[in-house]
Design a protein. Sequence first.
Length: 187
Amino acid sequence: MLKNKMRGVLVMGLTAAVALTSCSKVKRDPGFEYAPQMYRPVAYNPDQKNAAFADGKTAQTPVAGTIPQNFESFHYPHTPEGYEASGAELKSPIAHTEASLAEGKQLFLNMCSHCHGKTGMADGQVVKNGGFPAPPAYNSAQLKDLSEGKMFYSITYGKGAMGSHASQLSATERWKVIQYVQFLQKQ
């Protein structure tokens, strides 16, 4: 019995000693550090100086000739001539299926309906709330017969008050949105 009491007192004493010695007046002191690089990583902000590079900058430009991950080149220049050429030459590589139309509808509702409206009548919430001028309706004379190449160009580069959506939609997704827009035009 006395041995058990002694063990209990010893365990409590050691626990108290560890607890008291681990306390510090420095609030951010983590105590024993198993992997110190996880507590204090060597990280640089993009605008910080960095001795690891010859120019001393942390933010480096990509090496000449590199291609960003998931980059999809578009071979038409951002000019009126490029717009006309894309309209004459570009055709959708996506098969017209129920699945691609359904995905195009979902992408349209997420990315386009806030301005163009759910049915393409230029009555989205941004327009209703007075934020921007209304875009042309999809069944208007201006857009009714617009080729899919010109639509793709417009989504890629932007047109009028609409900015580019190339960073938000992949090329495949843009073609699916165009399928849905063409579906709306026929309504």
